[in-house]
Design a protein around this ligand. Structure first.
Ligand code: ATP
Ligand code: MG
Length: 241
C-alpha cells in the first residue's frame, strides 16, 4: 500500500555513466521514500553518488534504470510542462557553492524565481520578505552576496529555494563551504523549516557530526544505499521509519 504522505519514491533507481568503454555505476538499485514533514540526511564519502542521486530525484538527470515517483507519478512519463511545474514550484534546490547572482542584492536573488514564474509585483514582494524572514536575514536584504558571510549567503540561497513554497527541498552539500558553527545553523534551519512548514528536506553531506539533526539518515556507499550506522534524532512521523 502506498503511504498517503509520501511525496517522493525512488524505485530500484540506477544511473550508469559510460566513458568510452568504461562504465561507472554512480547509483545502483536505490530504493528510497520521502514523506511529508521529514528531514532526511544522505551521508557518503566523496564519489559515493550523493550528487547523482539528488540530481535524479530533482529530475535534473535521467535514470538508466528504475524510476522516480513524484507524488506517485513516474517522472520519466511526465511531459515538459509537468517537469517545469515540479522544478519551479514543487522542488527547491540548494547547492554547496550557493549559486547567487553577484550583481543582485539578497532580496533580488530571492525574488528572482518569482519573477521567472510571472508572479505579480505585490505578491513577489510579500513572499520575498517572508522568505528572508524565515532565514533570519531581513536586515541583510540590500546586501550583495560579497557583502555577506558564507553562512548568510547560504541562507539567501535557501530563502531563494523556498520562495516558491516547494514541497521538497533538496540540498547538495549545503554546508561544504561553511565552518562547523554555520554548518550546524544551516541544518538547524532545515529542522525548523520541516517542523514549521511541513515540507520535506533531503540534504547530502559528508559531515557525520550533522546527522543527529536529521529525522533519518541514509548512507550511500559506491552508489548503493546501505543501512547507516548513524541514526537520526527522532521520528516525528510514525509512518516515516
Ligand atoms: N558526468 C559524469 N560522467 C561520468 N562519471 C561521473 C559523472 N558524474 C559523476 N560521475 C562519477 O559517478 C560517481 C558518483 O559521483 P557523485 O558526484 O554522485 O559523488 P558524490 O557523492 O556527490 O561526491 P562528492 O562528495 O565528491 O560531491 C563518481 O565515481 C564520479 O566519478
Ligand atoms: Mg557531490
Amino acid at each position: 500500500m502506498t503511504n498517503p504522505q509520501r511525496i517522493l519514491a525512488a524505485v530500484e533507481l540506477g544511473r550508469t555513466y559510460s566513458i568510452g568503454t568504461q562504465e561507472v555505476k554512480a547509483v545502483q538499485n536505490v530504493n528510497l521514500e520521502i514523506n511529508t514533514g521529514q528531514f532526511v540526511a544522505i551521508v557518503g564519502r566523496s564519489g559515493s553518488g550523493k550528487t547523482t542521486l539528488l540530481n535524479l530525484i530533482a529530475g535534473l538527470d535521467q535514470p538508466t534504470s528504475g524510476k522516480v515517483l513524484f507524488e506517485e507519478q513516474d517522472m520519466a512519463e511526465m511531459n515538459e510542462r509537468e517537469l517545469t511545474e515540479i522544478r519551479r514550484n514543487k522542488v527547491g534546490f540548494v547547492f554547496q557553492s550557493f549559486g547567487l547572482l553577484p550583481l543582485l542584492s539578497a532580496f533580488e536573488n530571492v525574488e528572482l524565481p518569482l519573477r521567472i514564474s510571472g508572479v505579480k509585483a505585490k505578491e513577489r514582494e510579500e513572499r520575498t520578505w517572508e522568505s528572508l524572514e524565515n532565514v533570519g536575514l531581513i536586515a541583510r536584504a540590500k546586501h550583495r552576496p560579497y557583502e555577506l558571510s558564507g553562512g548568510e549567503q547560504q541562507r539567501v540561497a535557501i530563502a531563494r529555494a523556498m520562495v516558491s513554497r516547494p514541497l521538497l527541498l533538496l540540498a547538495d552539500e549545503p554546508t561544504g563551504e561553511l565552518d562547523s558553527v554555520n554548518a550546524r545553523s544551516i541544518f538547524g534551519l532545515f529542522e525548523e523549516m520541516v517542523r514549521s512548514q511541513k515540507i520535506s528536506v533531503v540534504a547530502a553531506t559528508h559531515d557525520s557530526t550533522l546527522l543527529s539533526m536529521a529525522d533519518q539518515v541514509k548512507e550511500i556507499r559506491d552508489g548503493n544505499l546501505v543501512e547507516s550506522t548513524h541514526s537520526g534524532q527522532r521520528y516525528r512521523n510514525p509512518d516515516s521509519s
